[in-house]
Design a protein around this ligand. Structure first.
Ligand code: BTN
Length: 267
């Protein structure tokens, strides 16, 4: 395996400071999608906290059926299985929880401030460095789970992104000018996910919403929200208690969005 670290799944697992996450760690040279793999593990009775990490993905999945560019040696592609009791109506809060854990991690590894863009992107200097894909899944025996998928652009040079992503994507290497050790970042990410998930289990997501708000630059900005064929223009105001994005539309009403894609307006 050509990871920038010499390790194996056992040594990742043994060096975590986690209560729950990392109960099992799978480290794979290549897989189609770590989210898809974890879903299969759920169907086969895997326990909560299972983590799958791949060096490369051949069919990394993004939101809205997009693909996630997942070349070897460049990024982090990992998925975690959670089995909270309150699903599925808490899926959006768990997405925000994963965002808080990931942005806290990235801010330990970048000099530029990483910020959250609702619902599940992390930007550095206005470009996307990380995407989260949280999926609800039910096994044939009725067991339910949430799969938290995290893709982070770490050591990509600009020309190593496909042309269509170059204007909108970035990596920690591009922003910092220095490569980042992916193993250190993986450990920190799993520790942060464990802490934020424990907090979520304790208070149902109150602290998540507070931290999310502290880690975004979205509020008071002009945005366009695309939801299928519906496009809304307005000003992003805040999150409500369910994690929905509240927008003041151009007509002056306040509208709550529970899904959609946000574009920051430049004028
Ligand atoms: C997005 O921004 O559209 C979400 C991208 C999520 C990508 C990650 S990479 C690890 C995990 N496995 C997948 O197939 N997707 C997620």
């Amino acid at each position: 395996m050509t990871y920038d670290f010499e390790t194996d799944a056992a040594s990742i697992k043994d060096n975590l400071d986690c209560t729950l996450i990392g109960s099992t760690v799978l480290l794979l040279p290549e897989v189609d999608s770590t989210n898809k793999l974890v879903k299969e593990y759920l169907e086969n009775g895997a326990e909560e906290g299972l983590v799958a990490i791949a060096e490369a993905q051949t069919a990394g999945r993004g939101r809205f059926g997009r693909t996630w560019h997942s070349p070897a040696e460049k990024g982090i592609y990992l998925s975690v299985l959670l089995k909270p009791r309150l699903i599925p109506n808490h899926l959006s809060r768990l997405t925000l929880m994963a965002g808080v854990a990931t942005v806290s991690t990235l801010n330990e590894f970048t000099r530029q401030r990483a910020t959250l863009k609702w619902p599940n992107d992390i930007l550095i200097n206005g470009k996307k460095a990380c995407g989260l894909l949280c999926e609800y899944s039910q096994a044939p025996d009725g067991t339910t789970g949430i799969i938290i998928g995290v893709g982070i652009n770490i050591n990509h040079l600009p020309e190593q992104f496909p042309e269509e992503l170059r204007g909108t994507s970035t990596s920690l290497l591009i922003e910092n000018g220095l490569p980042v050790k992916r193993l250190s970042l993986i450990r920190s990410l799993l520790n942060h996910l464990d802490q934020e998930y424990q907090a979520y289990l304790t208070d149902g997501g109150k602290e998540t919403l507070r931290k999310w708000t502290l880690n975004t630059d979205l509020f008071e900005k002009q945005v366009i929200i695309t939801c299928g064929s519906n496009i809304t223009r307005g000003v992003a105001l805040r999150l409500d208690d369910s994690g929905r994005l509240i927008v003041r539309t151009e007509g002056g009403d306040e509208k709550a969005f529970d899904s959609g894609e946000v574009t920051l307006r430049t004028k």
